[in-house]
Design a protein around this ligand. Sequence first.
Ligand SMILES: Cc1ncc(COP(=O)(O)O)c(C=O)c1O
Length: 404
Amino acid sequence: MKNHLGREEGLGLRTLSVHGGERPDPVTKASAPNLVMSTTFVADPDAGFSVERMGADAPFVYTRWGNPTVAQLEKKLALLEKAESCVAFGSGMAAISALLLHSLASGDHLVISDVTYAAAAEMTNDLFPSLGIRVTKANMADLEALRAAMTPQTRLVYAETPCNPILRLTDIAAAAEIAHSVNAKLAVDSTFATPVATQPLTLGADYVVHSLTKYLGGHGDAVGGAILGRKDDLDVLRKRVAIRTGGILSPFNAWLIMRGLATFPLRMDAHQRGAMQVARFLEKHPQVTRVVYPGLPSHPQHELAARQMRNFSGMLTFQVRSGRQAARVFAERLTIIHYAVSLGHHRSLLFYIGTADMLETSFRLTPEQEASYREFGGDGVFRLSVGIEDGDDLCRDLDQALVA
Ligand SMILES: Cc1ncc(COP(=O)(O)O)c(C=O)c1O
């Protein structure tokens, strides 16, 4: 794939974020990407009706099979992640469920981070075991625990790093080696890190998964997801799972996400700068009992973070003495930061995640894992997604809401 410059090799991430995958329209010469909302395309009368015989460079037939706007986004994402191929989905969860369906069959074994985004945790508690797939949850900050979880039936290791919401990290290169030792593949949910920080495929991972809803789209106005990996593998995934189960991305959302992507490396710089300032401010605040941010030397895996992440991203968690009560005060008093779920937007977002809620709804951990989570979590954590506003303003907003 070439952009209009005719070459991609050696181009920096900022140049690829603007130009990668895009080409001026050959007919109109439009410089910005076209938004093609057509569901169907005038077809060759000899074209087949089944996707089975669809070749890799087949013309567009039907938007669930492929769409020019979505294809441009997929090419841009592949360049940013140094991937051979990308398949876009209607949400991060659609991408994750498609990857699990593609990788696992009855009798197979999945090893997944014991703390992940709640819906991934819930899906692997219920849906996948009901399909005859055995699931083990392991603390992937602990490589011995990961090694111990592997079996000859393990087909996929699924790591979320940094993980939502406690910002634990997995050493991707080491996890890849462990997965490959039993012929399993390694998938990394890199939503929190983004390709500005880490490119998991270059460290040995087989798949990268993103919720495009977060940093890559970046503006809180489009839900989307993506899987990246090897072309021969993703060609099969696209036909067998994406097109048939149908969780594809709308061209309009692809267009919005592509517009967001143009400024994504610049935003990540601002997210990191703001998060570092806010993390240092909270660490010194008398009402705050703990701050967890991979960029702080106090993060238990700071050394790994410094080695594996070129940017520490904008996500931090903190604790205060009475979390639930503080959540009510925050929701009422914050004037800039929105008390809301989601993350990775230009706007700062704060949400309280109670430990009891998490343990009851999401994780269903072994007693040892539960003990380790409770030890980390106390009564709960505030997850703060630091936006791109001025750090001084965010600190002032938190300070006036952090009342005794
Ligand atoms: C790490 C991570 N992965 C996946 C998802 C799911 O993404 P989506 O909401 O786009 O389905 C989320 C959502 O918060 C997330 O935080």
